[in-house]
Design a protein around this ligand. Structure first.
Ligand code: GSH
Length: 86
């Protein structure tokens, strides 16, 4: 199976940069949706994110992971790798 990682960002958001840095450090490719000032896209993101409107929001294989802190917490707990299919 091909893994799909998606991240919704603002271009100069520090949490977004930090989340992307972790994904890059792990060598994982991702699709980034830069939604600066695009409230319609933000509404769509929130609808998939349990109403969360902050950026970033990260999805792995369609599963909502959360924001930057959530992503780093999963990594710290050693649970991030298991979200990718072999
Ligand atoms: N704890 C969140 C913080 C994210 C955050 O505060 N992002 C800012 C942009 S840098 C944001 O979305 N602010 C607007 C809002 O919270 O509605 C995370 O780890 O992702």
């Amino acid at each position: 199976m091909t893994n799909s990682i998606e991240i919704y960002t603002w271009s100069s958001c520090p949490f977004c940069l930090r989340a992307k840095a972790l994904l890059k450090r792990k060598g994982w490719e991702f699709t980034e949706y830069v939604i600066d000032g695009d409230e319609e896209s933000r509404d769509r993101m929130a609808a998939k994110s349990n109403g969360r409107r902050s950026v970033p929001q990260v999805f792995i294989n369609g599963r909502h992971i959360g924001g930057c802190d959530d992503l780093h917490a999963l990594e710290a707990q050693g649970q991030l790798d298991s979200l990718l299919s072999a």
